[in-house]
Design a protein around this ligand. Structure first.
Ligand SMILES: Nc1ccn([C@@H]2O[C@H](COP(=O)(O)OP(=O)(O)OP(=O)(O)O)[C@@H](O)[C@H]2O)c(=O)n1
Ligand SMILES: C[C@](O)(CO)[C@H](O)COP(=O)(O)O
Length: 227
């Protein structure tokens, strides 16, 4: 039996307010190429037959040319307008999916994801319906409550990454639910819809470029061959 189609919905529709740059962070340079180049490249390295759906702010469609020009052989991408929140951007991307597929939803600003993690997510999503990359905490944590705080057992928690990967038959209908501000990722949406989500081991270097120092860290990973 042929394996199901692979669709990567790469969400890059945000404004990057915490980065504070005039150009949204997904278009900033990392090691001489736009952040989004690295992200798309990882998916192309993982699978030759992955369809790329790129969600971008409508005002920045013009910047896509620079991203694609960074490739030796520019990939074919389906461009979609970003929405008011990440949830709405993902929903817009999912509207392009018309056939059964394994769907990766990945932050455009996680450029260091490895092809190996993408493949692990695909395999687990095929087997279990979902694959959510997660890593253990390195620091102690405390729960704060008003003025007080108390120690929490870090072994009970995980830091969640992307690509959050699902069978389309699970993910697409889950996004018909009304928006809730607690929907910070796909796992929360699918879980609210009644499905159990399955974790997969994530990667320390799969950082989200959020603040200026994250670009420095990502560049150091790339320049020192730590990926
Ligand atoms: N309306 C939105 C908001 C976010 N994203 C994307 O979701 C990913 C993770 O979001 P985040 O890091 O929070 O990006 P921004 O919303 O751009 O940043 P900030 O919260 O600092 O404004 C990013 O690739 C971002 O472009 C999106 O596609 N559409
Ligand atoms: C999806 C995500 O990257 C998982 O860690 C994260 O929830 C995005 O959060 P943000 O507030 O949009 O940066």
């Amino acid at each position: 039996m042929p394996s199901p189609a692979k669709v990567a919905v790469i969400v890059a529709g945000g404004s990057g307010s915490r980065m504070g740059s005039t150009v949204p962070k997904q278009f900033l340079e990392l090691n001489g190429k736009p952040v989004l180049y690295h992200t798309i490249h990882a998916f192309m390295q993982a699978y030759e037959d992955v369809r790329i759906v790129l969600v971008v702010p409508p005002a920045h469609r013009g910047s896509i040319g620079t991203v694609l020009a960074a490739f030796d052989r520019p990939p074919s991408v389906t461009l979609v307008d970003g929405g008011e929140t990440r949830f709405h951007s993902v929903k817009n991307g999912l509207q392009t999916i018309q056939q059964d597929a394994v769907v990766f939803v990945h932050d455009g600003v996680r450029p260091l994801v490895s092809p190996a993690l993408i493949r692990a997510c695909y395999e687990q999503a095929l087997a279990k319906g979902s694959a959510i990359p997660a890593i253990a905490l390195k620091d102690s944590i405390r729960e704060v409550d008003g003025e007080g705080n108390m120690a929490a057992d870090r072994t009970r928690f995980r830091i969640i990454q992307t690509p959050q990967t699902f069978l389309s038959g699970i993910l697409v209908p889950a996004f018909d639910q009304p928006y809730d501000p607690l929907f910070t990722d796909e796992a929360t949406v699918v879980e609210r819809f009644g499905h159990t989500v399955h974790l997969v081991e994530g990667e320390e270097q799969n950082i989200k470029i959020t603040k200026p120092q994250d670009l420095v860290i990502a560049a150091a990973f790339l320049q020192n061959g730590l990926l």
